[in-house]
Design a protein around this ligand. Structure first.
Ligand code: NAG
Ligand code: NAG
Ligand code: NAG
Ligand code: NAG
Ligand code: NAG
Ligand code: NAG
Length: 205
């Protein structure tokens, strides 16, 4: 996994897609209660208004967890000049321990949940906070992020289905590997079209 991560860092350095890579370099933020860790967003990382903010957290393997943890996630700021009203991303974050959320690291079993939140287009650039509020332990985990201004998307490939945003529960990694495949498919498509034209030209002779 570490090897993979390194390669993706290289790739992203070259392509300039810095935000995309942040999620793969894990810098977990532990909660005060130790009942969850925040694995995304990456603290102090830049995200862009109008784009997806990935959120991910891990839970311990503990069947008693519903009695220990009740989690909300808010999008907020401490900067009054941003004229920003707190947004509740979820008031009841999923803490289930189903098989599809199960992960292992060495021998440790834990559970991972992912969310993705579309930062509103009109969000003023500045310092924001993704705030995890646990109403049972009455403690919060705060992850500062930077929001950069909205930029209208460059419409290179309006019909490419692989451009779909990563909110469909797939991992960030899978999403970006799709992106790379998409690039290759374009080349193949171009090649196929050229070939087809060539064949038509030949048969016309
Ligand atoms: C949370 O992070 C701590 C280290 O900070 C680690 O010991 C613990 O196993 C992690 N728990 C989960 C559920 O990821
Ligand atoms: C602050 O936000 C409100 C509602 O979103 C808007 O009506 C108002 O004009 C904003 N004020 C400034 C100074 O941007
Ligand atoms: C934000 O911008 C995107 C792309 O231009 C557009 O599709 C979307 O409708 C906008 N959302 C809002 C809430 O204005
Ligand atoms: C946690 O955040 C909520 C929402 O902003 C706030 O009402 C509460 O006082 C905070 N609790 C702690 C312990 O900081
Ligand atoms: C083919 O894809 C590569 C990246 O994989 C890209 O650099 C190149 O410009 C593409 N060629 C064409 C004709 O689109
Ligand atoms: C057409 O493109 C596909 C990939 O999308 C490729 O597998 C196939 O070999 C191409 N066919 C020709 C004739 O180039």
């Amino acid at each position: 996994m570490l090897e993979l991560e390194r390669r993706w860092i290289e790739f992203n350095k070259n392509s300039g897609a810095i935000v995309a890579i942040q999620g793969l370099v894990k810098a977990d933020v532990p909660s005060p209660s130790h009942n969850y860790n925040v694995t995304l967003p990456e603290p102090n990382a830049p995200y862009v208004a109008g784009q997806m903010l990935p959120i991910s957290y891990t839970l311990p393997d503990d069947t008693n967890l519903p009695n220990l943890l009740s989690l909300s996630v808010l999008f907020t700021t401490q900067d009054p000049t941003l004229n920003f009203t707190d947004i509740v991303i979820t008031s009841n974050a999923d803490i289930s321990q189903g098989f599809s959320f199960r992960r292992t690291h060495n021998t440790m079993v834990y559970f991972e949940h992912q969310l993705s939140y579309a930062i509103p287009n009109n969000t003023l650039p500045g310092n924001y906070i993704v705030l995890f509020v646990d109403s049972i332990s009455k403690s919060n985990t705060s992850v500062p992020i930077l929001v950069r201004p909205y930029a209208a998307p460059v419409t290179t490939l309006p019909t490419n289905p692989n451009r779909a945003h990563p909110s469909n529960g797939g991992s960030i990694f899978a999403y970006h590997s799709n992106d790379v495949q998409a690039t290759h498919q374009i080349n193949w498509t171009l090649a196929n079209v050229s070939l087809a034209l060539l064949l038509i030209a030949c048969s016309a002779l």
